[in-house]
Design a protein around this ligand. Structure first.
Ligand code: DOR
Ligand code: ZN
Length: 353
């Protein structure tokens, strides 16, 4: 239960239901930012090459655990990257063996490292059938990849042309529409059955598309799906703070080296892990909904996934937090979300249950 004191809030330990931890030097640099705030995280499989087999997911999980400091309390929950070729047996065996918590659907060409993604959802119908039977969640990057469709419309078009028919064919399939960015998606999720939910990032609760062009081109505000108009952000804020269990926390923290962001063809992705919980707290506070942070951050996700709630807790204080302008190490520099800003909330003090 949150402590209802004005200057601090204590919630059950949260989980991150959508996270990019990368690999090698980048992972070694950034993994602990998530491990110090979150008890578990759903790890995205869009490595190069992508994580498409049980063996690859086990090896990746071992590499993640290897870079975490001793005494960490963080469980990576692995996902399978769906391709046109992946077989239902690999997916189901991975799930029953406790390796794959879920599968990720990237429409081919929709985003970073999605080249091996699914070219037509009908190609994975046998896999979806098996997932529906076993109760394994399907996590979706919900954008059409077609360059004929305006980039700001790609999520809304996906709902209509891909997701609605898919849910018609698989009414019992557990689906998480990831990192939603539009009022259309909020309405879609509200209207869908109980097996359909969505995650919302800290940055989509704060920035709208103007942030991309504020006084010049702002590559660190660029992610996919791209931030939309202000009224969409307002709908997301309302959904996240509404207490509706269909909406829960997923940071989509997606670090790229600074030079790959500040480039003639800058990568999509916002590195929000260093300030994820603090940024959510700021938004919930602004919406007078701090009492609803715990449900969003720590309860609705595990309940949807059918996993136990965490036993520990974490306390956030209303205390100035200056966000570094840059995170460096291992010959890498990464610019975090809220870089150089001073936030009003400061997370910490995590205690074991
Ligand atoms: O902005 C994004 N970055 N969106 C995605 O879907 C992928 C991610 C990444 O991996 O960099
Ligand atoms: Zn992502």
């Amino acid at each position: 239960m949150p402590t209802p004191e004005a200057n601090q809030v204590t919630i059950r330990e949260p989980d991150d239901w959508h996270l990019h931890l990368r690999d090698d030097d980048m992972m070694a640099l950034i993994a602990n930012y998530s491990a110090r705030q979150f008890a578990r995280a759903i790890i995205m499989p869009n490595l190069v090459p992508p994580v498409t087999t049980i063996a690859a997911a086990e090896a990746y999980r071992d590499r993640i655990l290897d870079v975490l400091p001793t005494g960490h309390r963080f469980t990576p929950l692995m996902t399978a990257y769906l391709t046109d070729e992946i077989g239902p047996d690999e997916v189901e065996t991975g799930h029953t063996r406790g390796v794959f918590t879920a599968c990720k659907l990237y429409p081919a060409g929709a985003t970073t490292n999605s080249a091996f993604g699914v070219t037509d959802v009908r190609n994975i119908y046998p896999v979806l059938e098996r997932m529906q039977k076993t109760g394994m969640p399907l996590l979706i990057h919900g954008e059409v990849a077609s360059s004929d469709i305006d980039i700001f419309d790609r999520e809304a078009v996906f709902l209509e042309t891909v997701l609605a028919p898919l849910l018609g064919d698989f009414p019992e399939l557990k689906v998480v529409l990831e990192h939603i960015t539009t009022a259309d998606s909020v309405q879609f999720i509200q209207a869908a059955g109980p097996s359909v939910a969505a995650t919302i990032t800290p940055h989509h609760l704060r920035i709208d598309r103007n942030a991309l062009f504020e006084g010049g081109l702002r590559p660190h505000a660029y992610c996919l799906p791209v931030a939309k108009r202000t009224h969409h952000r307002a709908a997301l804020r309302e959904a996240a703070t509404s207490g509706n269990p269909k909406f829960f926390l997923g940071t989509d923290s997606a670090p790229h080296p600074r030079h790959d962001k500040e480039s003639a063809c800058g990568c999509a992705g916002i590195f929000c892990a260093p300030v994820a919980l603090e940024s959510y707290a700021l938004t919930f506070d602004e919406e007078n909904a701090l009492d609803r942070l715990e449900g969003f951050a720590s309860e609705f996700g595990p309940n949807f996934y059918g996993l136990p709630l965490n036993e520990g807790s974490i306390t956030l204080r209303r205390e100035a937090l200056t966000v570094p302008k840059i995170v460096t190490g291992n010959d890498l520099s990464v610019v975090p979300f809220h870089a150089g800003e001073t936030l009003a909330w400061c997370a910490m003090e995590r205690s074991q249950g």
